[in-house]
Design a protein. Sequence first.
Length: 241
Amino acid sequence: MIESALIDLGRPYSRRFSPSSVENSGTLIDILDTHDADIIWNSEEAILSLNPTIVHALDGHKGDGRHGRLSPVATAASLMEELSPDGVRSIRLLPFSIAGNWLHDAMDQTYDPVFTIIRDYLQHIGRINVVPLPKVPDPSVEMLPELDPFLLEGLTLGWNKMDIEDQARSLSTYFLPLLSSERPSTPRIEELGWHRILAPDWSRDLASQLHDLSNDWNRSDEVRLFASRTVDKLVRTGRYE
């Protein structure tokens, strides 16, 4: 995220995947995802540490606050927007600002208000479209092996001929086999069924791209090299397809 902004601005930078071993000769942005903590600025050493942090996201109907985990990915995206709000690469990569919350296991436990508010914000500013699964041109069918890809193909072909009630009934029936499984959770099933995230020029939704990336990561023998090439690709194209 931050790299995209710096390239848009023409600013030099270097990337390291082992920040503790780096000799710091300028401002260091240390992105961590080990435990919940504050975002910390060390002015003496010029080090900005981006940690996961718990934030107030929404107010409930009874006035009770809804809190959730703000991932370092989302924090980095906010810095990217601040540094280069109109940069081509920054705009292209902004849909991935929600990726950290999607990948965290909070989505498998309960409703995530931070995920929801980021998703709705990205949709409001026109950076993403939120669509049901049959409207995704090229979803990853391997992500949900319990579901029949041929049924999805038929559902997709007939989707635009259905009214809203038939669409809801058909999609609920399609996802029914997942309800007897521990994973994915009900909130994640709802997102996978009705709230797929697509940038305007994507054919593959965000959840599918992250699934593919995770599989490729696990198969990689050179994890650090794979990570570097993946970041290069995301900065260059704004997608993992």
